[in-house]
Design a protein around this ligand. Structure first.
Ligand code: AMP
Length: 407
């Protein structure tokens, strides 16, 4: 199957070829014709499946075929600023040969420039819920001409408490419209929302194209909690280390770690929810361009983050929720490249490690870095002696390894 077989215009096929996509992903094959026909759609799909192009390409085609209006004719609502920015960038990239104007709105930056862009007229609007409602409240945006609406990552909007905002946005749209729902899971609240918005949607379930865990080299380095920073610096100094994404449990630990890395002359930067939008955007741009080689993030900040070329994911702290480990490590080994996931495990994190190993269905190989094994004194005390050996145990060849990393 080729992009041309899906009924896309040559301008879009050219843009897709320039983006380096050879063939459509499964969700693109199935969703593009449905969206082109202006039917309603529910797609169960995560990041990494190619879901963004699956809705943007046909929407751009429908927009290019219609008459331009002063107010936007298509709307994409996303849970986070990062995702809005990414969708907006992709829309610009895919629409480069078409006369379709798009703009992105999100909070944390000034309203004035966004107001000007809205007033100038546009076809496609990408926005987070809160900022869109702000503009609507000030009558700086109108949704009266919307023909197609996309709720992207609807389940995350629910998790983040945006459902009331989303309902208000949907209520401001014309009743006659195309509704597209993209969600990794379909909790009851989302199903309810969908039922009220559409009568006969097409349902598509996409398997993700993210890196299977089995494709990522995983290793655990046991280390005392107090020596993690030192070990991290040692690992980052390794010649094989390209771009590293380092996860900490808290925002405070991310900041501390960046200060430590800077003192060790690493080009590191933190992204987490307390950073201003401008600082987060700048950090990501520097990481993408290679000006920064170590990005330190918390789980929430890293959600939806899509950066190719991460050679190493380092779990500076093990996550409390085992699933987060799979989310974290799926950010390496993208696009056929190789990738490694390193976990720094202190004796007191034994429980988290055991939960992760249960989830990925296999023990993670454990390697001691010379000079960093947790102090023997720890093993001598009755309590800790039970913990350290647990991490040394090797049980190869048993268990499944079918879990996929979500990216
Ligand atoms: P998404 O699931 O929309 O977050 O997309 C994940 C990644 O896949 C993005 O980096 C896209 O640029 C890339 N992508 C989307 N469609 C294709 C395709 N047909 N072939 C190769 N890469 C793609």
């Amino acid at each position: 199957m080729q992009f041309t077989d899906l009924g896309l215009r040559p301008e879009l096929v050219r843009a897709v070829a320039a983006a380096g996509y050879a063939t459509p992903t499964p969700i693109q094959e199935r969703a593009i014709p449905v969206v082109l026909e202006r039917r309603d759609l529910i797609a169960c799909a995560q990041t990494g499946t190619g879901k963004t192009a699956a809705f943007l390409l046909p929407m751009l085609q429908n927009l290019a075929g219609g008459a331009a209006a002063r107010h936007p004719r298509a709307l994409v609502v996303t849970p986070t600023r990062e995702l809005a920015a990414q969708v907006g960038e992709m829309a610009k990239q895919y629409a480069r040969h078409l006369p379709v104007r798009s703009t992105v709105l999100y909070g944390g930056v000034g309203m004035a420039q966004q107001k000007r862009r809205l007033a100038a007229g546009l076809d496609l609007l990408v926005s987070t819920p809160g900022r869109l409602l702000d503009h609507l409240g000030r009558r700086q945006a109108s949704l009266g001409s919307i023909e197609t609406v996309v709720l992207d990552e609807a389940d995350r909007m629910l998790d983040m408490g945006f459902l009331p905002d989303v309902r208000r946005i949907l209520a401001a749209l014309p009743a006659q419209r195309q509704s597209l729902f993209f969600s990794a899971t379909l909790p009851d609240e989302i199903e309810g929302l969908i039922r009220r918005s559409t009568a006969a949607p097409v349902l598509i379930e996409a398997t993700r194209r993210a890196t299977p865990v089995s494709k990522i080299r995983q290793v655990v380095h046991p280390v005392a909690m107090t020596r993690k920073k030192e070990l991290l610096c040692r690992l980052l100094a390794d010649a094989d280390m390209g771009q590293a994404l380092v996860f900490t449990r808290t925002k405070a630990r991310a900041n501390q770690l960046v200060r430590h890395l800077e003192r060790s002359r690493r080009r590191a930067v933190a992204i987490h929810a307390n950073k201003s939008q401008a600082a987060r955007t700048r950090a990501l741009a520097h990481f993408r361009s290679g000006a920064v080689d170590t990005l330190v993030a918390t789980d929430i900040a890293a959600r939806g983050l899509d950066v190719d070329g991460i050679s190493h994911v380092i779990n500076f702290d093990l996550p409390h929720v085992a699933e987060d480990y799979v989310h974290r490590i799926g950010r390496t080994a993208r696009a056929g490249r190789s990738g490694a996931a390193i976990a720094l495990a202190a004796p007191e994190e034994e429980k988290q490690l055991a939960a992760i190993e249960r989830l990925v269905g296999q023990p993670i190989p454990c390697e001691h870095v010379a000079g960093f094994a947790p102090a023997p004194a720890a093993a001598a005390t009755g309590d800790r002696s039970r913990r350290v050996p647990r991490m040394r145990r090797r049980r190869r060849g048993s268990g499944r390894a079918t879990t996929s990393a979500v990216g």
